[in-house]
Design a protein around this ligand. Structure first.
Ligand SMILES: Cc1cc2nc3c(=O)[nH]c(=O)nc-3n(C[C@H](O)[C@H](O)[C@H](O)COP(=O)(O)O)c2cc1C
Length: 277
């Protein structure tokens, strides 16, 4: 493993390692106003949901690395403690990138980036018409993480109202990840898309406690064919099934493991065990 002494590299290099490794990150497109009512719109990928009840979202404008100045969004939420946080899909990703340009504080970034405003019901900042989801928020707290360029400022936002484009809902009124079409931020200029090829399901064994890796027989555990993911599926059963698949008794170990791997690819965990034992 390459070891990196964080004190031996520049802040710019540190920024690259952190933002290229901690990926993918969701993107908050944050709408704020200053005390004179000028609208600001900026994207932040240091962002996530941290609490359900109360519903809390946090994003973090960092002090500019270049000159250690504060971003307009931070100045705005310090004056007017409200914001609208919107989510970013592929349709608006290019406009969102444009909104990250360093426009001066008195310019309306909705106009600059070609977004339309909708009046929010409970807060002064506007909703973004083109965004698939808008959260109206009050800012409960701002926590500064330091005085240096690059230091984050956690903007702790409590969601007051959620607006969801009905076009992203499935027949059960739940958000469909493919219709949401969310874009994520990776390192450098890389972004991620959410499509059929980039997402898959891991069915959680909610009703049982898996036996764990330590209860898998050594011969299976040391397989050169079964991967960590395959073993994790095998370890998720609550007991090892004892019914043997008699057809597999004549098979060599490698053949059994290859067959079990194919069954696991189809989610057939019990059938895989029956081949293996
Ligand atoms: C997709 C994307 C994500 C970004 N995430 C952050 C972030 O999490 N924190 C940050 O300080 N800047 C981030 N930036 C840069 C800010 O958007 C940029 O500095 C912007 O000019 C700040 O605007 P403001 O001064 O109007 O608040 C991001 C830029 C892009 C394009």
């Amino acid at each position: 493993m390459k070891e990196i002494d964080i004190h031996a590299i520049s802040s710019q290099e540190l920024y690259k390692y952190l933002t290229s490794s901690v990926t993918p990150r969701p993107i908050a497109l944050v709408s704020t106003v200053d005390k004179d009512g000028i609208n600001n719109l900026s994207p932040f990928s240091f962002f996530n949901v941290f609490s359900i009840n109360p519903p809390i979202l946090i994003f973090s404008p960092v002090n500019r690395l270049r000159n250690n100045t504060k971003k307009d969004t931070l100045n705005n939420v310090s004056q007017i403690k409200e914001c609208v946080i919107s989510l970013v899909n592929t349709k608006i990703a290019q406009q969102v990138s444009l909104a990250s340009s360093n426009y001066s504080a008195n310019e309306d970034e909705f106009k600059k980036a070609g977004f339309n405003k909708i009046k929010a019901s409970l807060v002064k900042p506007c909703l973004i018409k083109e965004a698939p989801v808008n959260f109206e928020c009050k800012v409960n707290n701002i926590i500064s993480l330091g005085d240096n360029g690059g230091a984050g400022n956690l903007i702790i936002c409590e969601v007051l109202k959620i607006h969801i484009d009905e076009g992203i809902l499935d027949q059960d009124e739940q958000i469909d990840p493919l219709k949401l079409d969310i874009v994520s931020r990776l390192g450098a200029n890389w972004y991620g898309k959410t499509n059929q090829d980039s997402i898959y399901k891991i069915v959680k064994p909610v009703s049982r406690i898996g036996i764990g890796f330590d209860n898998i027989p050594q011969e299976i555990l040391s397989s050169e064919i079964l991967s960590g993911s395959d073993l994790a599926m095998l370890a998720s059963v609550d007991t090892i099934p004892n019914k043997k698949n008699t057809d597999s008794l004549s098979l060599k170990t490698e053949e059994k493991h290859t067959l079990a791997k194919k069954l696991l690819e189809k989610g057939k965990i019990i059938e895989a065990w029956e081949i293996l034992i």
